[in-house]
Design a protein around this ligand. Sequence first.
Ligand code: ATP
Ligand code: MG
Length: 275
Amino acid sequence: MPGQPAIGVTLTAFKGGQAKSTTAVNLAVLLAKRGLATLLVDCDPQCNSSGLFVRWDEVKYSLRSAIVPREPGEKPVPIESVIQPTRIPNLAVLPASFELSLLDKEMVVSANWHTRIQRALRPIQNEYQFIVFDTAPGLSHLTLGALAASRYFVIPIAPEVWAGEGLRLFMQWIQEQQAEEVFDAQLLGLLATRVEHGTRISRTLLQQLRANHEYLPAFETSIPKRVGNEDAVQARAVAGEPASDPDITAAYERFVIEALKRIDELEADKGRHRG
Ligand SMILES: Nc1ncnc2c1ncn2[C@@H]1O[C@H](COP(=O)(O)OP(=O)(O)OP(=O)(O)O)[C@@H](O)[C@H]1O
Ligand SMILES: [Mg+2]
């Protein structure tokens, strides 16, 4: 709703390569295509998601520029100067850079470090309906900062050995952070990615997600594995563009519809509790 603070959604996972960036980009692009003003914030120094929209060697400012002054005593760069428009209408991007690796360390020594990203985004939070955060794998301070700026998080999970064990430990860590009031973002759902129907490991993953649904909600949609995804990344093509994979786009469209429905329900619940 315009005039209301944007709803933040973080993509996070303990294990690398679970399709966080792929999901963040598809979510952001498909929200924008529905006419919802969306900002994609890349919190990963690998720059995988913002790299599809801006050339990293042309990025002058990143999230770090809006938080840490270039010289002591100076002010950080205004957030509006860091955000870049993209070729997709309704989608803007806050690019990452290699410097984010430094920010991860700097955040620890600053006061109220976990709210630094949230505070940096405050001046523009009413200009967007959604802010999608892509994060690096693991337990970085930047990821905590993104979670503290979010109302919801989504955990993508690919059919891989150890993915389940990593998830269990990661959820335990998240619950500890929630108990310590570092953030109160809520799990929107687990999303099965790179699913190959017909393989035992994919079947096992889908069965486990269904079995745990009561404790850890999972999306009904799963994202199929398609070799075309690598070609799309190489062509820097995103959902709907000619070089993108139509099956992957269709699956992410179903995911976005489900995600919006869940957000509506959860927001209505929160409204009822407040009222
Ligand atoms: N549905 C899919 N089908 C085929 N390949 C996919 C699919 N989704 C993602 N990939 C590929 O899997 C790899 C990991 O995906 P991605 O970069 O999105 O994961 P990530 O969780 O962001 O990784 P990292 O932990 O390094 O940030 C990439 O090479 C990506 O192109
Ligand atoms: Mg990534």
